[in-house]
Write a protein that binds this ligand. Structure first.
Ligand code: UDP
Length: 248
């Protein structure tokens, strides 16, 4: 596998995107930077990028096996994901199975209340405007996506939630909520991009209800990397662990 990185195309808060020698392929580098509150709280945590790349690659593979199109091509080495190049849509598509986080601060839901069907919420990915919640009319008026694209995004998101919730519950994890992002590939297909990791999802231990995601960092608690490692340990199978010589 040739891991030669070309030009840096984009630098986000936790990942860098590099061009490869193939026009339609990029390398996503998962960095160890961890941020919260629109990037106001920021630290670097060794191995965070490593675990997030392994977890994202695993979950993208589970989705690909369920015939959902993702950006994922390969993980040539932990921390670096070979991906299809996408024109990203600045929407944070949030799915909620259990009430947590900002939903409880903004609306009179009960903590732990479950949603069936799940709630799908779309926020504007824009730090300057503090990621405000959108509705379809605002999305269309801003020209972020077409109504056909929105319909496809909703349909795929519901399918993703079903596949991942089922997979994670079988591995001993509750999946209260998560954020995903979509892009358009070179044929204008809507494709799942970004990452699916403890930075962007809530994962709770099904038995103990322990928090195993970025909420630990948001709350200033210890054991952040240990929690990310635990998620990786719970969802990767023996073959994955052997491939990466992981010794948990
Ligand atoms: N989320 C994210 N990026 C954001 C905002 C939220 O990845 O900029 C994820 C977050 O990790 C959680 C879900 O989206 O899994 C819902 O987040 P919420 O609205 O509850 O916001 P929070 O309480 O995390 O600020």
């Amino acid at each position: 596998m040739n891991l030669e990185k070309g030009n840096l195309l984009y630098r986000g808060k936790a990942k860098d995107i590099y061009q490869t020698s193939q026009q339609e392929q990029v390398i996503v580098k998962f960095r160890d930077d961890i941020t919260a509150g629109d990037g106001e709280k920021k630290e670097t945590m060794g191995l965070k990028g490593y675990y997030n790349s392994l977890i994202s690659a695993k979950l993208f593979t589970i989705l690909e096996n369920a015939l959902i199109k993702t950006q994922y091509i390969d993980l040539p080495e932990p921390g670096y994901m070979l991906s299809h190049k996408l024109e990203m849509i600045p929407l944070e598509v949030i799915t909620r199975n259990i009430a947590a986080g900002s939903l409880l601060r903004r609306f009179p839901f009960q903590e732990g209340q479950t949603f069936n069907p799940p709630i799908i919420q779309m926020d504007f990915k824009n730090d300057e405007y503090h990621d405000p919640m959108l509705n379809d009319d605002i999305i269309l008026a801003l020209g972020l996506a077409t109504s056909d694209e929105l319909e496809i995004i909703r349909e795929i998101t519901i399918k993703i939630n079903g596949v991942l919730k089922n997979f994670l519950e079988n591995k001993g994890l509750l999946f209260p909520d998560f954020k995903i992002e979509f892009g358009r590939d070179c044929d204008d297909n809507i494709v799942l991009g970004d990452e699916i990791s403890p930075d962007t999802c809530r994962f709770w231990d099904r038995e103990t209800k322990d928090i195993l995601d970025k909420d630990l960092f948001r709350k200033g608690e210890s054991g952040v990397i240990e929690a990310y490692q635990k998620v990786a340990n719970m969802i990767l199978d023996d073959e994955d662990k052997k491939k990466w010589s992981l010794d948990f």
